[in-house]
Design a protein around this ligand. Structure first.
Ligand code: DSN
Length: 436
């Protein structure tokens, strides 16, 4: 029982170490990825995972929750302060479950949802037909304009008037432009719908004022916490002061016991740490650098003949259309993986390929910015992507690109200080030292 992980389960220990090595040796360009701080990781792996708690601070179903109540209240207050919200629920296990709690709050089975089409940049939990949301509700979708590849708010309004949804969802997982939440609210008001803003991807940008906040406009705001916000793999729900008086208690009940069980107390602690970090000047500087890095990478790639969906980017990600390059998204993903550059294949608006193949890739800079990559490295990464995707690379090119990737990773060992050579060790050791 007291043996460390390496001794008690060498198999799992070895896998974690290999993953630690992979994270050190790869250039991570998946737009939803990031690296947490050591403090967030330590809270995630803490002894708090041993505590059972259900309900909310001061309203628990188990005793012994005095420390947990203090912790959750601290996290709630920090979330309210950071996002200028009137209410925060820190208990959702993920962004998807935060969304489900909102559905449970305002919808009946069979009610209509209008969200962004998955193939146009939306998210699975916004009504894809093979998900629980898609099966329980009558889900409809809006699309980007075929010419500009941007949201066309007049068309969305026309669609809303045709569908008359009970809930409209604004938010995306692959949309490179600013989202106008105020305009979405006008559309929702025009048809008597509630507006849910899912800001998972842009949450760090919203926290630092680099993307307009949905809080003053949407009835409900949900987010995951591990993307640009750089926290643990978890979720959160926020309400503005216009919405909180009516919905605070209902959201509480929808999260627990509506869609979830006991609180992931360790995740609440990690989110509290994340929120404190997000109030710091260094976090704001990092979000600004993320935007700058994305802009530079996008411009460099376009200068090398890559077409970007919507012609560019305003946020932390871009979508590369690879049809002119004669390869699919899947082939590009595999080719880049072979030189330790990690991206994901992605559907493009009006894509003719199936979802397992795709015509494009999604590229984001949040994780590499956390790692300390700046403008010089963006020029270099654009060059490496170009070498790998513009024509079949030769063996010599592949070797050279691999060497360059290794050099870049070695030059930016930021995560070495977080994820030590021995991978899992520090969290487990430090926690059990605390207990002994
Ligand atoms: N929502 C998925 C993404 O955007 O990559 C995973 O969190």
């Amino acid at each position: 029982m007291n043996a460390d992980l390496q001794t008690s389960d060498p198999d799992v220990f070895a896998i974690i170490n290999r993953e630690s090595q992979r994270q050190r040796d790869n250039i991570e360009l998946i737009a939803s990825a990031n690296f947490t701080s050591r403090a967030v990781l330590e809270a995630t792996g803490s002894i708090l995972t041993n505590k059972v708690a259900e309900g909310y601070p001061g309203r628990r179903y188990f005793s012994g929750c005095e420390n947990i109540d203090e912790l959750e209240n601290l996290a709630i207050e920090r979330a309210k302060q950071l996002f200028a919200a009137a209410y925060a629920n820190l208990e959702p296990y993920t962004g998807s479950q935060a969304n489900q709690a909102v559905y449970l709050t305002v919808l009946k089975r069979g009610d209509r949802i209008l969200g962004m089409d998955l193939g146009h940049g939306g998210h699975l939990s916004h009504g894809a037909k093979f998900t629980m949301t898609g099966k329980y509700y009558d889900c409809h979708f809006y699309h980007v304009d075929p010419d500009t590849e941007r949201l066309d708010y007049d068309r969305i309004e026309a669609k809303a008037k045709e569908i008359r949804p009970q809930l409209i969802i604004a938010g995306a997982s692959a949309y490179p432009r600013i989202i106008d939440f105020q305009r979405f609210r006008e559309i929702a008001d025009a048809v008597g719908a509630f507006l849910l803003a899912d800001m998972a991807h842009i949450c760090g940008l919203v926290a630092t004022g680099l993307h307009p906040s949905p809080i003053p406009h949407a009835h409900f705001v949900t987010t995951s916490t591990q993307k640009t916000l750089r926290g643990p793999r978890s979720g959160m729900i926020l309400l503005g002061k216009h919405s909180a008086p009516d919905f605070a208690r209902k959201i509480d009940s929808a999260v627990f016991p509506g869609v979830q069980g006991a609180v992931h107390v360790h995740a609440i602690a990690a989110k509290a740490v994340m929120l404190k970090e997000a109030m710091s000047g260094s976090f704001a500087a990092s979000q600004l650098q993320t935007l700058e890095n994305t802009r530079i990478l996008a411009e460099d790639l376009m200068a090398r003949g890559f077409r970007l969906v919507s012609g560019g980017t305003d946020n932390h990600l871009m979508l590369l259309d690879l049809r002119d390059k004669g390869i699919t998204g899947k082939e590009a993903e595999d080719r880049l993986a072979s030189v330790r550059i990690t991206v994901n294949k992605n559907m493009l608006p009006y894509d003719s390929q199936k979802a397992t193949v795709c015509s494009g890739i999604r590229v984001g800079t949040a994780a590499i910015t956390t790692r300390g990559f700046g403008s010089e490295e963006m020029h270099c990464i654009a060059d490496l992507i170009d070498k790998m995707l513009s024509g079949e690379p030769t063996v010599s090119t592949i070797t050279k690109v691999r060497e360059k990737v290794s050099r870049l990773c070695r030059q930016h060992p930021h995560i070495d200080s977080i994820y030590s050579e021995e991978g899992a060790k520090f969290t487990l050791e430090s926690q059990y030292q605390l207990q002994s």
